[in-house]
Design a protein around this ligand. Sequence first.
Ligand code: SAM
Ligand code: SF4
Length: 364
Amino acid sequence: MFKSVNDILKNTEISRAEIIRLLSITDRAEHELLIKHAYSIKEKSIGRKVYLRGLIEFSNYCKKNCLYCGIRCGNTNVNRYSMTDEEILETVDLAIKNRISGIVLQSGEQQSAEFTDRITNLVLKIKQAINPEFRITLSLGEQSFDTYKAWFESGAQRYLLRIETSSEGLYRKIHPDNKLHDFKTRLKCLKDIHKAGFQTGTGVMIGLPFQTIENLADDLLFLKEMNIDMVGMGPYLEHADTPLYEYKNSLIPLNERFNLSLRMIAILRILMPNINIASTTALQSIVPMGREHGLKAGANVLMPNLTPGKYRGNYLLYDNKPCIDEEADDCIDCLSSRVQMIGEEIAYKDVGDSKHYKKRQQME
Ligand code: SAM
Ligand code: SF4
C-alpha cells in the first residue's frame, strides 16, 4: 500500500522503495516534513554545530578526462597552475588565524613517486609546524594502497574520494572508456582508503545526465553499505567546455536539482545519523544561501574556500562557481554570520572528527 511521508518517517528503517518515494516528493509540505525530520535527527546526534574545513585547491593539473569536469586534461582553455609549498603553508596559516581546525588539500589527479613524496613531506611539515590536533583531509584521487598508507602514516587523517555514482553503467557513461577511468578501480581505491586507516569520505553527483531516481536511491544505500564516515555530495552542474554539456537540455531544472540534493542529504542523515555530511559549494552556485539550506537538511560541515584569489578562476569544475573573485577572509567572515542566521554555530574548538569513525574504531 502507498505510505504517506509521515508514515515512512515514523520508522527507523527505510526501504529502497520508500527512499524512492521520498526522493520523488513534489509536494512542498512533504518536502518540508522530510527536511525538518532530518534536521531533528542531526540536532540529536550532532547538535546545532557546524565544522569548518578550509579548502585549498592547490593544483589543477590532472591526467584524467572525466566528461563532466571543467579542469579535465582535455580542456585546453584552462591555465594550469600548481601552488608552491610555501604558498600552501601560508594558506594553512590563514586557516589557523581564522580558527579553522583543519584543511582539505585538493587537486586534479596526479600519480607519480614525486607527487607521493611531495604530499608526504607537505603533510609532515604541516603537522610539525602546527598543533598535532590540526586535521588534514586529502582529496587527491585514485592512488595505490602504498601511497594512501604513506600519506596516512605521515599524519593526514581523512580522505575524500567520491564514487560519483554507484551505478557502474552510469559511471561508464560519464567517463571516457579506458583503464584510467574504471569503476572497479575507483571502488577498490575507496576500500583501500578505508583499509589504510583514514576517516573515509565519498559522495555522488546529483542530477547527472542519464541518472534515474533509482540510481540515487542505490547511491544512498551504497553509502550505508560501505559504512562511510563522511559524505560530500551535491548537484551536478554543467560546464560549457565538457563533453556532457551536449546533454544540458535533458537535465532536470536547476531548482529541482537543488531540492533533490537537499532530499538526498536529508535521507542520508536519517540513514546515517552520526556521519559528517558536507554542504557543498555547488548548492551555493544554484541558490546564494544554498549551503545554509544544506545545513538545515541535515549537513554539518562547511568547506570555506581558502585558495588564493589569483588561482580560483582556474579551478572551475562547473560554470558559475561562486566566490571566485573573493579572497579567503571575505568568505570566512560572511560564513560565520550566515551560520548564525540559521540558528547554528561554528564549532571552532572541536576538530569535528566523524562520530561514526570513532564508533567504528572502537568496534574494529
Ligand atoms: N581529482 C580528484 C577526484 O576526482 O577525486 C579531486 C578533485 S575533483 C575536482 C573533486 C570533485 O569535483 C569530483 O569528485 C566531482 O564529484 C566534482 N565535480 C567535478 N566536476 C563537477 C561538475 N561539473 N559538477 C559538480 N561536481 C563536479
Ligand atoms: Fe580530474 Fe578529478 Fe576533474 Fe576527474 S573530477 S577530471 S580526476 S579533477
